[in-house]
Design a protein around this ligand. Structure first.
Ligand code: BGC
Length: 734
């Protein structure tokens, strides 16, 4: 049944695609690709009727909504997030819209209706690679699968900062540092758009927890926001040039994000001169006039809102002059401009096959660099091929690897291998991708007995552990949109690990989590790997790292706290309130997010930002910092001083010697290097002047800090190996 449904869907896409690809015979002046996207958009705009303009600013949900009796327009792709009709007479294609950052998702309308596509590791995993090239390749892979699946808009690009490790969507984002998150997400967006699929960045802004996401108001001083969450968006937008930005559900300074003049008109379109369009999140619009005047350009999936605000009400508002015609024209111009800039018009959806084998390799390569080796005592890893008996426990490791939940859920090629788990409706189900770590481990030690136990009987697992050389426990956490997650592993997994570790000191824990978790058993186990949501070839990647076929080269993109007391908000705001009750989240920590908060307050986390072990050793030398042509330029040498080939992430942190920032230091750059044993490489980088500045809200500008600066080279935010001072003046940003 499942296969039939999927095959039927593939063939429908192809048929629709042909219809969509049929371009009008007459050529239009805007077909001239030598013109700028703005010029082309203006030409189309002049040829449009008022109703055609209005058609582009109102979106339909692309799936059935049984609770409201809603059915999508027949032209929408099955199980998709959205659809916006095109203008066939002008050669403007519809927008076929799908989630999300890990791959081409399906909004499941029924248990057997979904498309099977390749899943990348989660966003936080991609960030953990600290390798923008992998992020770009991953983006290009999912962009090409989207295009081949009949989609030209992908709701990827999650870049909200990890202000709280309990945020249920941390897995979709890129960690806690604005430079790292902005760089990695910008690269992913650029990759997606290289396939002529518009990407968003989302959710603008400060959607930093899921609890009460439709009602809370985020309060933060403007300068602090500019140096943290906003900077992550600013960098992702600069580097990725997304066609669209998605405004979020929550309020900021009491005003809903999708009708927030400060966020949309002033910061995004004003200060940053963003030329693309703002689309709303699904069910995030509360008005016509307010939203239109504040800078919203497209209402997504209007059925999720109480009114089709950008449908008939917008038409009436423009007619009466409450919304100027120029504003509607600007909305349409922005949408068309992005369609030309990204290539939607010049590269229409066309029939294409997907090379799933090649795409799986992209997912595997990303996961291999995403896995973070957190602990490795007595050289328990890499695993020896000589082990006489291996026990694998838990995490459905005999069948697959877990993925995150909610709108971004990708249904993998081969289907969900542990069906029936989690919520039946949204944000479920819990999906396991068919890449079993156990099979991949067994393939590497064909002579060794490898046994799997599900862990439901800890005593039995412990007695088997006592008879094994090595025990690998797989611990999972399902994180999802719409709800936040505790940092304690569910279902007694901590007790299971403790019991097993007590029976066998050679216990290795592989975590498949959405983000940070507590590890009360840490002193008892010999090894720990953080594998995140490992994607379509996660099992293979985990085995490759376990056996040392590739180095462990992931580094944490977020601090793992030792306790809730260390966090700016030990208790999540809103958890005790009845659903729908408005509340405020005060981000009093300002720009001191993650490691900056820990450094400022002298707190010792479980694992610091930037941390991760390798199977080899690296030495740093010759650190020099000087100002060249007004830019802070840093040079240093990295040497592989160990016996194995490996990859390191050498990190540069900068802070003013005499203080004055939100925290002692900020990540200012990094380099991921790949070195043979004994080999050295010299690294040179320049530092973005915004990272050497504070934001002056009154003057709406970055003000570069007077030196001297302390420039530090380290292997994490907490392991600084060497520092130098530089006193020459740096040129301000722009
Ligand atoms: C999520 C968005 C997503 C949209 C469409 C919303 O619930 O917040 O990230 O893109 O749904 O599925």
């Amino acid at each position: 049944m499942l296969k039939t449904r999927v095959v039927a869907f593939v063939c429908c896409v192809a048929m629709l695609a042909h219809a969509a690809a049929a371009r009008p015979a007459a050529s239009h002046p805007w077909d001239n690709a030598a013109l700028s996207p703005d010029a082309r958009a203006d030409l189309v705009l002049k040829a449009m009727t008022q109703d055609e303009k209005l058609r582009l600013v109102f979106g339909y949900f692309g799936s059935m909504k049984p609770d409201s009796g809603y059915t999508p327009p027949p032209e929408a792709r099955m199980g998709s997030a959205g659809y916006v009709p095109g203008i066939p007479r002008l050669g403007i294609p519809p927008q076929w819209i799908t989630d999300a950052g890990m791959g081409v998702a399906t909004q499941r309308e029924s248990a057997d209706a979904y498309r099977e596509r390749t899943a990348l590791p989660s966003g936080i995993a991609i960030a953990a690679t600290w390798n923008p090239d992998l992020a770009r390749r991953g983006g290009a892979m999912i962009g090409s699968e989207a295009h081949a699946s009949g989609f030209n808009v992908l709701l990827a690009g999650g870049v909200d900062l990890q202000r709280d490790p309990r945020n249920g969507r941390n897995f979709e984002y890129a960690g806690e540092d604005p430079l790292l998150a902005g760089t990695m997400v910008g690269a992913a967006v650029a990759g997606i758009q290289s396939e002529h699929v518009i990407s968003t960045v989302k959710h603008w802004a400060l959607n930093d927890q899921e609890t009460g996401r439709h009602v809370y108001s985020a309060e933060i001083a403007d300068d602090q926001a500019r140096m943290s969450d906003f900077l992550a968006f600013e960098l992702a937008i600069e580097k990725g040039r997304p066609g669209s930005v998605m405004c979020s559900y929550n309020r900021v300074k009491s005003v809903y994000a999708c009708e927030n003049d400060y966020l949309l008109n002033q910061v995004l379109k004003g200060d940053w001169a963003y030329p693309g369009y703002v689309m709303s999140d699904w069910g995030a619009v509360y008005s016509t006039q307010r939203a239109a005047l504040a800078g919203l350009d497209q209402q997504s999936a209007g059925v999720f809102d109480t009114q089709p605000w950008f449908g008939a009400p917008l038409k009436a508002a423009v007619k009466s002059g409450r919304v100027p015609q120029a504003r509607l024209d600007d909305m349409v111009h922005r949408i068309l401009r992005s369609e030309f800039a990204v290539g939607l018009v010049d590269h229409p959806i066309a029939d294409a096959t997907i090379d799933f084998a090649a795409d799986a390799k992209v997912a595997q390569a990303a996961e291999e660099e995403a896995i973070v080796l957190l602990k490795n005592d007595r050289g328990v890893l890499p695993l020896a091929h000589t082990a006489e008996r291996i026990l694998i426990v838990g995490g459905h490791a005999d069948r697959g690897v877990i993925s995150g939940g909610g709108s971004s859920t990708v249904f993998p090629v081969g289907g969900d291998v542990v069906p029936g788990l989690g919520p039946k409706g949204f944000p479920g189900p819990v999906v396991y991708l068919p890449s079993a770590p156990m099979g991949a481990i067994m393939a590497r030690v064909p002579q060794t007995p490898v046994r799997y136990m599900d862990g439901s009987d800890p005593a039995a697992a412990a007695s088997e552990a006592a008879r094994s050389d090595v025990v690998i426990v797989f611990a999972t956490q399902w994180a999802s949109e719409d709800t936040d997650v505790p940092l304690t592993l569910a279902d007694g997994q901590d007790d299971l690990i403790r019991t097993i570790a007590a029976a066998n000191p050679n216990t290795i824990v592989v975590l498949e989590t959405g983000g940070p978790v507590f590890m009360p058993w840490l002193p008892q186990v010999a090894g720990v790997l953080e594998a995140w949501n490992p994607g379509s070839r996660g099992g293979e990647a985990i085995a490759r790292v376990l056996f040392g076929e590739v180095d462990a080269s992931g580094r944490l993109p977020a601090t793992f706290p030792a306790s809730l007391d260390e966090l700016p908000r030990p208790k999540l705001d809103g958890v005790d309130l009845p659903t729908g009750t408005a509340f405020t989240v005060n981000y009093d920590e300002g720009a001191a997010v993650g490691y900056k908060w820990f450094d400022k307050n002298g707190l010792k986390p479980l694992f610091p930002f930037g941390y991760g072990l390798s199977y080899t050793r690296f030495g740093y030398s010759d650190l020099q910092a000087s100002v060249v042509d007004g830019r802070l330029t840093v040079r240093f040498t990295v040497t592989n001083t160990g016996e194995r080939a490996g990859k390191d992430v050498a990190q540069i942190y900068v802070g003013p010697r005499d203080g004055g920032w939100e925290a002692p230091r900020r990540l200012a750059g990094w380099s991921k290097v790949d070195l043979q044993p004994g080999a050295s490489t010299s690294v040179s980088m320049t530092v973005d002047p915004r990272l050497l500045s504070t934001y002056d809200s009154a003057g709406r500008r970055w003000v570069v800090t007077d030196g001297p600066f302390v420039v530090s080279l380290g292997s994490s935010s907490a392991e600084i190996k060497t520092s130098v001072e530089v006193s020459e003046p740096v040129q301000p940003y722009r």
